[in-house]
Design a protein around this ligand. Structure first.
Ligand SMILES: [Zn+2]
Length: 115
C-alpha cells in the first residue's frame, strides 16, 4: 500500500486506472531486472566487499603452476529441434585458461561450471 501511494504521486497527470496499473507493473519489472543485472555484475567481478584477500586462496594452473588466467569462451552447439529456433544455436560459456600454457583447469571445464 505504501508502494502504491508513492507511485501514485508520479508525474503523469490524471492517468486512467489501466494506465496506472501498467505504470506500476512496468516500474516493478524494471526494478526487478535492475536488481538481477546488479547481482550478475557483482558476481562476475567478484565484488563481494565483505571478503578480504586473506580469506581467499590462490588458484594455480594444474599443468604449470602459473597463477594468472585469461578469459576464454567455450561454445556449445544446440540442435534447432531442441532450441526451438530456425537454425542450430550456439551457447557461449565463459571460462578461464592459463596465460602461460593455455591449459583449462578441470573445474573450469564447461561440464564442471555452474556446480
Ligand atoms: Zn599453465
Amino acid at each position: 500500500m505504501l508502494l502504491l501511494e508513492s507511485l501514485r504521486e508520479g508525474s503523469i497527470p490524471s492517468p486512467t486506472a489501466k494506465n496506472k496499473t501498467s505504470l506500476i507493473f512496468a516500474r516493478l519489472v524494471f526494478s526487478f531486472y535492475i536488481s538481477i543485472i546488479n547481482n550478475l555484475i557483482m558476481a562476475q567481478q567478484g565484488m563481494n566487499l565483505n571478503i578480504s584477500l586473506d580469506k581467499t586462496t590462490p588458484l594455480a594452473c594444474e599443468e604449470c603452476g602459473c597463477e594468472t588466467f585469461t578469459q576464454v569462451t567455450f561454445l556449445r552447439k544446440v540442435s534447432k529441434f531442441i532450441a526451438g529456433t530456425d537454425q542450430d544455436a550456439l551457447i557461449p560459456i565463459p571460462s578461464f585458461a592459463c596465460t602461460n600454457c593455455h591449459h583449462v583447469n578441470d573445474e573450469f571445464q564447461p561440464k564442471n561450471l555452474g556446480e
